[in-house]
Design a protein around this ligand. Structure first.
Ligand code: RP5
Length: 173
């Protein structure tokens, strides 16, 4: 298997790892090579710009950028690459992630950032969305994604059966 990373997961600080590991977990499960790094749009601006400019020629196919507070990381990266950039707003301040959400989602027309939900669900969905992008040209990933979805179907059907039993007990009380 090719082990060169095709996905970059970037975060503004190592304090974001707890959330961003959700994305890493998905790539681990799908056996898709990825890299993870810390780069800050405001603390290490030059490093972030260099990363964004070089990502495409290094073979990266999509970038996931997670940041909290005035989260301009995803937007700054998107400004310097035409790779798809997926933003994950992180709950890192007293504004509970609303600051990061608005900073990430409200990109002016011309430089898109696909913005996910705040926090762990957003990180997980960012990875799944990146896989959906890769799936356009990779039948293996496409099939794995279909299997992943079908597991949800089975689990909801099981939940519904359990609920019927609970309902029966409740009605007979
Ligand atoms: C943001 O500021 C980072 O993405 C992080 O969510 C937040 C706090 O960073 P630390 O002070 O923990 O390094 O840039």
């Amino acid at each position: 298997m090719n082990t060169s990373p095709v996905i970059s997961i970037v975060m503004g600080s190592d304090s974001d790892f707890e959330v961003m590991r959700e994305a890493a977990g998905v790539f681990k499960e799908f056996n898709v090579p990825f890299e993870m790094l810390v780069s800050s749009a405001h603390r290490t601006t030059e490093r972030t710009l260099e990363f964004a400019r070089n990502a495409e020629k290094r073979g990266i196919r999509a970038i996931i950028a997670g940041a909290g507070a005035a989260a301009h990381l995803a937007g700054v990266i998107a400004a310097e690459t035409i790779l798809p950039v997926i933003g994950v707003p992180i709950d890192a301040t007293s504004l509970s992630g609303m600051d990061a959400l608005l900073s990430t989602v409200q990109m002016p027309g011309g430089i898109p950032v696909a913005t996910m939900a705040i926090g762990k669900s957003g990180a997980k969905n960012a990875a799944l969305f990146a896989l959906e992008l890769l799936a356009a040209g990779d039948t293996g990933i496409r099939e794995k994604l279909k299997k992943y979805r079908s597991r949800f179907k089975t689990s909801v059907e099981e939940k519904s059966k359990r609920l019927q039993k609970q309902l029966e007990t409740f009605l007979n009380e």
